[in-house]
Design a protein around this ligand. Structure first.
Ligand code: PGA
Length: 249
């Protein structure tokens, strides 16, 4: 049976531990064919790790050193010791607001891998790059850091920057075209078995569009921002994924 990923990126939400625990417990359900991963802000991770039983926990970022004088940073070793499973790296908000480039992201991937965390590498083009037909060129560059990793599977979240926090997701047919490109590129240059490549889509995924995104975009799952903050939406997304039985290549 195919297993889909539902990765919920809460970003800098909610503002209290009580709300975070409420949200986490709502999503803490057993699913045979959905890998449910919630990614709360760092400050809530220890408490949430204690209460959830059925789902995985991810961080939204980490630094590339294990310890030292790096004010304000959180290390992959700390996450490992908390038994965090996943770490989102290279999210466009990190690239835009915190100046992270592919070189920094490469170091973070290596550090995460060394600590046995599963990286989820986010890549995607801006609106301007899309209009100039530069999407594939940009993605090739953003994929470089992952080609050298030995961690399996390789998980990529294709998130067009303009679709994040937007009104509409990318068209599922276009998602498929890009997904195919990413898949072929990693297969060609990554020295990897095809079933170890997992490609997700992110950018305005919600309970209404999830079915088409999976069926027509043929992705292995989704990375969800805003909709993951509503238990009603996130549960509907999980439910839809658990009822789908489609091949994704
Ligand atoms: P969104 O965010 O679902 O709110 O568009 C997605 C993301 O940034 O991962």
């Amino acid at each position: 049976m195919k297993k889909f990923f539902a990765i919920f990126n809460w970003k800098m939400n909610p503002s209290s531990l009580e709300e975070a625990i409420f949200l986490a417990s709502k999503n803490d359900i057993k699913s045979k064919n959905v890998e449910i991963v919630i990614c709360p802000p760092f400050v809530f991770l220890p408490e949430i790790k204690k209460i959830v039983k059925n789902i995985k926990i991810g961080a939204q970022n980490c630094f590339f050193e294990n310890e030292g004088s790096f004010t304000g940073e959180i290390s992959p070793l700390m996450l490992k010791k908390l038994k965090v499973d996943y770490v989102i790296l290279g999210h466009s908000e990190r690239r835009i607001y915190f100046g992270e480039d592919n070189e920094i992201i490469f170091k973070k991937i290596k550090a995460a891998e060394a600590n046995k965390l599963q990286p989820v590498l986010c890549i995607g083009e801006t609106k301007e790059q899309k209009e100039k037909k530069l999407t594939f060129k940009i993605l090739k560059k953003q994929l470089q850091p992952i080609l050298k990793t030995k961690k399996r599977p390789i998980i990529i979240a294709y998130e067009p920057v303009w679709a994040i926090g937007g009104k509409e997701a990318e068209n599922p047919k276009k998602i498929y075209e890009v997904k195919k490109f990413i898949y072929d590129f990693i297969l060609k240059y990554g020295k990897i078995e095809s079933n170890q490549i997992k490609i997700l889509y992110g950018g305005t995924v919600n309970k209404e569009n999830i079915k088409l995104i999976i069926e027509k975009g043929k992705v292995d799952g989704v990375l969800v921002g805003r909709a993951s903050l509503s238990p009603e939406e996130s549960l509907k997304i999980i439910k839809t994924l658990s009822q789908l039985n489609v091949g994704t290549r």
